[in-house]
Design a protein around this ligand. Structure first.
Ligand code: FEO
Length: 164
């Protein structure tokens, strides 16, 4: 059964938002590739892949519900950052913004009594807790490291161990 138009509009917009997230993190990967921080570059590359998977989960779901999608334009993204800390602060702020979007989708799903959509969105709500925690951890560690190159390289190395 199709979703109410108001809810479908948010799902359709969120497919673009998740792909924009992927593009944003690909921009950060491009930045890190120009620095000694190849661990962060790899981490951002995997993050971009994960965002694409988030988009595709919504993509599949709207088709399961019988909708026909439109795909609006995706905006250009930065590939320059002042420092690893600036990139991860931007990541954290972006994930907090995405959490607010998912929460709004859930609020509307409750309002229109779409129980199936609520179940799907609960997965994203749980995922956002993890997404915010990961970026907050990097912000905290990078703030502690300050300008100390050795500490930055240790954090970069740990970021490079991410496997999925
Ligand atoms: Fe798809 Fe990082 O939220």
């Amino acid at each position: 059964m199709q979703m109410k138009q108001q809810l479908f509009d948010l799902f359709q917009a969120q497919i673009r938002n998740e792909l924009e997230s992927a593009y944003k993190y690909l921009g950060m990967a491009a930045y890190f590739e120009t620095t000694p921080f190849k661990g962060f570059a790899g981490w951002m590359r995997l993050q971009a892949k994960e965002e694409t998977e988030h988009a595709m989960k919504f993509f599949d779901y709207v088709h399961d519900r019988g909708h026909h999608l439109q795909l609006p334009a995706i905006q250009a993204m930065a590939t320059e950052y002042a420092s690893p800390l600036e990139a991860f602060r931007e990541t954290l702020a972006h994930e907090q913004f995405v959490t607010s979007l998912i929460n709004e989708m859930y609020r509307v799903a409750v309002e229109v009594q779409d129980y199936a959509a609520q179940i799907l969105l609960q997965w994203y709500i749980t995922e956002q807790v993890e997404e915010e925690k990961q970026s907050q951890d990097f912000v905290d560690r990078l703030e502690t490291a300050g300008g100390d190159s050795a500490s930055l390289l240790v954090i970069d190395k740990s970021a490079g161990k991410r496997s999925s």
